[in-house]
Design a protein around this ligand. Structure first.
Ligand SMILES: Cc1ncc(COP(=O)(O)O)c(C=O)c1O
Length: 415
């Protein structure tokens, strides 16, 4: 099933061509450039169909069987299916699939376990912590007293001694393990041990690796954490949204923390799309996909290292590669601009060493398109050529042509 003809035949084109053009323009942008943003992916046409369905019209405050609105008998079934599929997929006793986003899921986890003013130990933002892990610009930094752990400057790996020392010193009410840019597996057993020793709750913010966990390509935080928060987009390849998993003991607290404490009506079209994505993620095909995502990231990391970039932690266990382009004579921001001009779209991020910004790449979207190790090796070569770019910009132009050829061979939504 193609999304393009659907969109072209769509009433939107006749009613509002201006907006239809924008939607098609974005489809073209996504289809003709390389999406290397580690947090992005291409959802299936089935997920998009659920998102664009009449479930978008339905108000459904509350939970299945206990709604504040009438007419919920059908959407209740959709939510029950999403919950059951999430529980089965991740082996969790309880799942809440209503969080509107990853940040909302983290907010609800804090609301379930903490009171304003409590101390929380999380990865510091300069080392890869998310906004919701104590940024002063976010509710988390305003309402809680965050203490940040870091990574070792040399290895880029989490400084476990520091985590233990900080936990013993500050006695946090909760410890958060999760990151926006940590390319290695988290040692959930270690965090559990420290949480138990210091009397803290353990919250795993597994927004990034959750799709790999679903496909059996990364260890699961579910047996270790009191609450697991995640996004349903990223590697998991569902709609943009959040999800919370926990044991039966915390189920009621978590549900009440989502609704009515931090959210109103559930977005039933998104919940149905989450159910579709969980169904897809339970298939052998998704497991093969998740393992290919990691294999691709490893080849990309090696290719970038061979080209002279500094790959933090020396590689990756996940979909994510963090690289410092400084040895090629460019800083992260300049590199991102040059790569974007050549059709390679990615983010900058903090680096474990120094204040300069590095590059964050991910292989989730390219792998969905069907690209494999050979394409990753080629992309690493193009990448380095663009960063070493001569004055006439011929490398950039050549790379742009090759990106077009590559994306033409691997369309995200084949006709
Ligand atoms: C670790 C982590 N937590 C939370 C989030 C927030 O997700 P959202 O952007 O859906 O609010 C992200 C998103 O990138 C993340 O990486």
């Amino acid at each position: 099933m193609s999304v393009t003809p659907t969109l072209e035949a769509d009433v939107l084109r006749r009613q509002d061509p201006e907006l239809a053009e924008i939607l098609l323009g974005e489809l073209t942008r996504q289809s003709t450039t390389l999406q290397l943003i580690a947090a992005e992916n291409f959802t299936s046409p089935a997920v998009l169909a659920a998102l664009g369905s009449p479930l978008a019209n339905k108000y459904a405050e509350g939970y299945p069987g206990a709604r504040y609105h009438g007419g919920c008998e059908i959407v209740d079934v959709a939510e029950r299916i999403a919950v059951e599929r999430a529980k089965a997929l991740f082996g969790a006793e309880h799942a809440n699939v209503q969080s509107h986003s990853g940040s909302s899921a983290v907010l609800a986890a804090y609301a379930a376990l903490l009171r304003p003013g409590d101390t929380v130990l999380a990865m510091g933002l300069p080392f890869g912590g998310h906004l919701t892990h104590g940024s002063p610009a976010n509710f988390s930094g305003r309402w809680f007293d965050f203490v940040g752990y870091g990574v070792e400057a040399e290895s880029g790996l989490i400084d476990h001694d520091q985590v233990r020392t900080l936990a013993r010193t500050h006695r946090p009410k909760a410890i958060v393990c999760g990151s926006i840019s940590y390319p290695r597996h988290m040692d959930y057993a270690f965090f559990r041990e420290v949480a138990d020793e210091t009397g803290a709750y353990l919250i795993a913010d597994a927004a990034h690796p959750m799709g790999l966990v679903a496909g059996g390509a990364a260890p699961s935080p579910v047996p270790y954490a009191d609450i697991v928060c995640a996004t349903t987009h990223k590697v998991l390849r569902g709609p943009r949204g959040g999800m919370i998993l926990c044991g039966s003991d915390l189920a009621e607290r978590v549900d009440r923390a989502v609704f009515p404490f931090t959210q109103g009506g559930a977005q039933m079209h998104t919940i149905a799309a989450k159910a579709v994505a969980f169904g897809e993620a339970a298939t052998p095909g998704f497991s093969a996909y998740a393992h290919q995502v990691v294999a691709n990231a490893r080849v990309l990391a090696q290719g970038l290292a061979d080209a002279g970039l500094v790959v933090t932690t020396g590689g990756t266990d996940t979909h994510m590669v963090i690289a410092d382009p400084a040895p090629l004579g460019v800083d992260g921001r300049t590199a991102r601009g040059r790569l974007a001009a050549a059709g390679m779209v990615l983010d900058t991020c903090a680096l474990p060493h120094g204040d300069a910004r590095g590059l964050r790449l991910g292989t989730a979207a390219l792998t969905t398109q069907g690209m494999g190790e050979a394409e990753m090796a080629r992309i690493a070569v193009l990448f380095a050529a663009v960063l070493r770019e001569d004055r006439e910009d011929t490398a950039g132009r050549r790379a742009r042509e090759e990106v077009r050829e590559l994306t033409g061979r691997f369309p995200p939504y084949p006709e």
